[in-house]
Write a protein that binds this ligand. Structure first.
Ligand SMILES: [Zn+2]
Ligand SMILES: [Zn+2]
Ligand SMILES: [Zn+2]
Ligand SMILES: [Zn+2]
Length: 377
């Protein structure tokens, strides 16, 4: 099997999977590396704002992807480029696995200082290949893969790029007898997985389609609410308050922080307000282009509400900002209500945080109220 020490690479990768993540996939690579007390991890941005100034060299000049440094006897720091306008998240995941490989495979035994990824100064191509194999085995272990699986399935299951999935499938076809090391066989006997969520286009995983995905990301504002875990996409403006729970604890996601988001908060997303996600478990009302209810009145069942108020029960049928917000201390703040109609899921006005009329009149239950099974009106 070539010139590389496969048994050593596989053993090292499998040991990490057993000890650090209970062999559950897709591996959260940022979290996994953070579990090594002797490895620090830092972005290029952090490097360029600090070390680069005294070094006189920016991170990108050392390597365009990542590099590691031995800072003392057995302590390391990994710098990585998290810019998703240049690399898909799956490529960044692979690069981090590669750097971890250098450290754990002992490549620093004969090196001092920086070990750059992909060619700067003297790069040992054998060590580079070993680190690549390690990364592939930690993200997408050959011994767990089946020759029956499609490339797309492998990409999704392990959250890896098409090229890594292809490589693993090819290796498995060539060496179908590859098994987990006997010391770990119990841990590797069945695959444990929780598919990675990806609320951006699926093509984010596909290197060929990356440009079209990137254009979409550049034109929209993505918001993650750290309080209610909803994820909202807005076309033309940043939101100030969460339309679901009224919190201002919003994380605006863009290409600069998407990688961290993908590995952490995106996996926590519970609600997708547009209403086309199966996981969504709270009510979204259908509105027409003027913001008027376009479905039967949720209160009285009136089939065709028109105008501004339901002709049967008198409820306002346009979702609006009320101009009053309850503060944390329980006091009510009164505003001039904002003018534009709100969306069919907004319990709060995203501009000022006031209650919406649909929340106040009971059309929309509060986000944290568990709904009984919806009645078919
Ligand atoms: Zn390398
Ligand atoms: Zn919220
Ligand atoms: Zn009504
Ligand atoms: Zn408002």
């Amino acid at each position: 099997m070539g010139k590389y020490d496969y048994p050593k690479i596989n053993y090292t990768a499998q040991k990490v999977l057993v000890e650090k993540c209970d062999v559950t996939f897709p591996v959260n690579i940022l979290e996994l590396i953070s579990l090594f007390s002797n490895i620090n991890i830092s972005t290029y941005k952090e490097f360029n704002e600090t070390i680069a100034l005294s070094l006189g060299k920016r991170a990108e000049q050392i390597s365009d992807e990542a590099f590691s440094a031995k800072v003392s006897n057995d302590s390391y720091i990994v710098f990585y480029n998290d810019d998703t306008s240049l690399k898909i998240p799956q490529r960044i995941r692979f690069t981090l696995g590669h750097e971890l490989g250098h450290i754990l495979l002992g490549h620093f035994n004969n090196y001092e200082g920086f070990l750059p990824r992909n060619g700067f100064g003297v790069v040992d191509s054998e060590l580079e290949s070993e680190a690549d194999i390690f990364s592939s085995e930690i993200l997408c272990p050959t011994c767990l893969t089946s020759t029956e699986w499609s490339q797309e399935f492998v990409e999704k299951l392990f959250d890896v790029s098409g090229s890594v999935a292809k490589y693993t499938i090819r290796t498995k076809k060539q060496y179908p007898w590859i098994k987990a090391h006997y010391a770990f066989q119990n841990y590797f006997s069945a695959i444990k997985s929780k598919p990675h969520k990806n609320f951006f286009d699926e093509s984010a995983r596909n290197e060929d389609d990356y440009n079209s995905w990137y254009k979409i990301v550049a034109n929209y504002y993505y918001h993650f609410c750290r309080d209610c875990k909803s994820f909202e996409i807005n076309i033309d403006s940043k939101l100030i308050f969460c339309g679901i729970c009224g919190s201002d604890n919003l994380e605006v996601v863009n290409r600069n922080n998407y990688f961290q988001f993908h590995e952490t908060d995106e996996q926590e997303v519970k609600f997708f307000p547009r209403g086309d996600d199966n996981e969504m478990n709270y009510r979204v009302l259908e509105l027409d282009s003027e913001g008027r209810l376009a479905q039967p009145c949720p209160k009285c069942g009136n089939e065709h509400p028109t105008g501004n108020f339901c002709s049967v029960c008198g409820s306002g049928i346009i979702n609006k900002c009320t101009g009053h917000r309850e503060e944390i201390d329980g006091n009510l703040t009164i505003f001039e209500p904002c003018e534009l109609p709100l969306k069919g899921y907004e319990r709060y006005c995203p501009d000022c945080g006031s209650n919406s009329t649909f929340l106040d009149n009971g059309f929309l239950p509060a986000w944290n109220v568990i709904l009984p099974v919806e009645l078919p009106f």
